[in-house]
Write a protein that binds this ligand. Structure first.
Ligand code: PGA
Length: 239
């Protein structure tokens, strides 16, 4: 894993946007999966700024949703789809039509997951994963313990994820207990993973991810086995 340490969150966002723009310039039709959560929001703003000056062109990308809560109405403000629209698609002027979604508003979640994994395969796998890091080491909602070969599926959130997600929505009772998540199998098969980590709260888990044992108890530790990972972390997140 290559580690880039930045002086603060603003610099992390700039560096992340730069690395994403470089990857997309090398392959404008890349298949990319983009995280929600607070950490990548600044990077997406920077990407919109790069697009405005002609240094980033997302028009040919195939974009995949990373995860979604189960059991929310389509117009519920807590959907991660809504977050993805607000933080990524709208600032970059991208049509929702372009996105391979994890639509949880379905009677057959298993079929949605299989269709998603087939779409990833049809795209030749992910070229780029833009990921955040959960306080419990999760990637997307691949909660510990997890196998590296896990496919896209429905999961039950851990207490730690419910706690961390409660900060977004104003209380633990506002966090749906289940979600659909891209599996570790397609994520770990990506050609490039960019992992964004910010803040002292993530310091201990980032240390375990990067230099602890490779174990399903810390899902992101599987990235140690991946040939092409860039971790971009601000100083506060690095021990
Ligand atoms: P955060 O979430 O970017 O809001 O810290 C990361 C995650 O839980 O995966």
């Amino acid at each position: 894993m290559k580690l880039i340490v930045t002086k603060n969150y603003a610099a992390l966002s700039q560096e992340a946007a730069l690395q994403i723009a470089i990857a997309v310039e090398a392959k404008p039709s890349a298949a990319i999966v983009v995280a929600t959560g607070n950490t990548p929001v600044g990077a997406y703003e920077q990407l919109a700024a790069l697009k405005a000056i002609g240094q980033f062109d997302p028009a040919k990308l195939t974009i995949f949703q990373l995860d979604e809560y189960l059991g929310l109405a389509a117009d519920d403000k807590r959907t991660l789809w809504g977050w993805m629209e607000r933080a990524f698609l709208t600032p970059l002027g991208l049509s929702p039509q372009k996105v391979v979604r994890l639509n949880t508003d379905t009677a057959d979640a298993e079929a949605t997951c299989r269709a998603y994994d087939s779409a990833v395969q049809a795209a030749g796998g992910f070229d780029l994963c833009i990921l955040g890091l959960g306080p419990n080491g999760h990637l997307a909602f691949n909660e510990p313990p997890v196998e590296a070969t896990s496919d896209t599926r429905v999961v039950t959130l851990t207490e730690e994820s419910i706690e961390s997600n409660s900060l977004y929505w104003g209380g633990r009772d506002q966090v749906p207990p289940q979600a659909m998540t891209a599996g570790l199998r397609p994520l770990l098969a990506a050609k490039l993973v960019i992992l964004l980590v910010s803040g002292a709260k993530k310091r201990d888990i980032l240390r375990r991810v990067m230099s602890g044992p490779v174990t399903g108890a810390v899902p992101a530790s599987f990235l140690q086995l991946h040939a092409n990972v860039i971790v971009i972390a601000d100083k506060d997140a690095v021990a």
